[in-house]
Structure formats: C-alpha cells, structure tokens
Write a protein that binds this ligand. Structure first.
Ligand SMILES: [Zn+2]
Length: 181
C-alpha cells in the first residue's frame, strides 16, 4: 500500500529531519516546498486527474530551523524517552512513557537547559535521589554520555524505518558526520 509508506524528509542542508507520510511528501513537492531527491522505485500515487511519482527522500527548498520547534513540541518528551530506549539512564531499569520521567542532567536550578542534550529518561526513584545535583555530585553516572544522547535522538526514530530503506542510508550517514563533528 503506497500511502502507508514513509518518506525521509531532509532539511535544505541535507540534514535528516524525520519522516512524513507519502501524501504529505507529495503535497510538499507539489507546492514546491520540497524537492524530490530519491524516487520510491517506480511507485506512483494516482489522483483523479494526476499521477504522482512517489518520493522516498525529499528535501526542503528553504532551510528550516527546527531546533526551537522541537523543544516547544509536546512530542519532545516521547522522543527523548524513545532515544533512551525506554530505560532510566542512571540505573537502567526499563519503563514506559508513563512511568519514566525526564531528568535535567545539569539541574535547571544550576542553569541546565531544557533541551534534548540536557534531558534524559529517568525512573522516579533516580530522579528523586539525584535531586538538584549533577551526576558527578550524586555519584550517578549516566549510562550514555551526553554526546551519545544527542547523537541518538533522531537515529532512534530513523533506524527503525531505514532498515527496510537502503536508499536512505547515505543521507543518514551524512547526518552522522555533522552530528559527531
Ligand atoms: Zn533509575
């Protein structure tokens, strides 16, 4: 079923932003908001009057600064918990999006920001125990380094899809290079 396929959405800089559904991707290309980068084989989407080539990868024509939008969106919490593989990043216990909390690695009271690099999934006990201390002060080392946390944010979402979409890999590797640098 063509409509259920995902399309990789790239920023104008070729940074992978995430995925959109086929209808949305075709609409973006139709409005010239995005350009087709890779076709999804010979798949087409037929409307009453038109036949659209189905994209596999599209790229926004204009650069969008999504960092701020991401932080504002209510999905940030779920994204971070998914990135952290549904595990408390201090004790490793598995949880769900409902019983895991988000911990500020550098406490907010000490100037820690509420962005993805400073947030991690934590069980309630660890979050409470750590309180207003840094991981060092609390002797609660993170299971993953903050840079690994940052690196993993989008990968967790994209890896799942990319397994069946080899044509996406060059774009995801490109994103890797810029993230690691
Ligand atoms: Zn814990």
């Amino acid at each position: 079923m063509v409509l259920s396929r995902r399309v990789l959405l790239l920023n104008a800089s070729y940074e992978a932003l995430g995925t959109v559904d086929v209808a949305r991707a075709v609409c973006l290309v139709w409005k010239r908001t995005a350009q087709m980068v890779e076709k999804d084989g010979a798949r087409v989407l037929r409307s009453q009057h038109y036949v659209f080539e189905v994209p596999s990868v599209v790229r926004l024509v204009e650069y969008v600064d999504i960092r701020r939008r991401r932080n504002e969106s209510g999905k940030q919490r779920l994204r971070i918990i998914m990135r952290d593989k549904m595990k408390c990043q201090y004790c490793g216990v598995r949880g769900t999006q409902f019983d895991l909390t988000l911990d500020h690695i550098m406490p907010r009271s000490r100037g820690g920001r509420s962005d993805a690099e400073n947030l991690c999934a934590a069980c309630k006990q660890c979050n409470q125990r750590k309180g207003d201390r840094t991981p060092d002060e609390a002797r609660m080392p993170l299971l993953a380094s903050p840079s690994a946390l940052r690196y993993g944010l989008d990968k967790a979402m994209l890896r799942h899809y990319a397994e069946s979409r080899p044509e996406w890999l060059p774009y995801l590797f490109l994103a890797d290079k810029t993230e690691v640098a």
